[in-house]
Ligand binder design. Structure first.
Ligand code: FES
Length: 141
């Protein structure tokens, strides 16, 4: 247990020194929306310019409200924290509203991540937009 806490403490320190703000570090450590949804309405995948991969699972209700979201990610700490922040921004929102969420909104939520990680935010947002657009076209919305 102590070893686990020590590991998290040193991970926090490393991320903080690298330029990640507290909210971004918490999103990365907690990873609360990582994984998949059994009953997803839509599953979409996107490969980033860095070669990393994100898969999004969206659960949408009959009123086009996003009920639940999960991400599977092969990517860096920036990608993970950005994707987790995206979920907090779109969960419970109508599809159209979620499509207006942009990189700046996610950055604000994270407070700060290193500049060279900004494209990771883009990947999280683009994956979410792709998922919604594919869902909409499959459902003729
Ligand atoms: Fe590829 Fe961050 S470096 S998503």
């Amino acid at each position: 247990m102590t070893t686990e806490i020590d590991a998290i403490t040193s991970q926090r320190k490393m991320l903080s020194e690298a330029g990640y703000a507290e909210p971004a570090i918490n999103y990365f450590i907690e990873k609360k929306y990582m994984g998949h949804l059994q009953d997803a309405s839509q599953i979409s995948e996107k490969v980033g310019s860095c070669g990393d991969i994100m898969k999004i699972y969206l659960k949408v209700d009959e009123h086009n409200i996003i009920q639940d979201v999960r991400y599977e990610i092969t990517g860096c700490a920036g990608a993970i924290s950005a994707a987790m922040a995206v979920v907090d921004l779109i969960k419970g929102q109508p599809l159209d509203k979620a499509l207006t969420i942009n990189d700046g909104d996610v950055f604000k939520r994270l407070e700060n991540i290193p500049e060279k990680k900004h494209h990771c935010i883009q990947l999280a947002v683009k994956t979410m937009h792709k998922g919604i657009e594919e869902y909409q076209s499959a459902s003729n919305l």
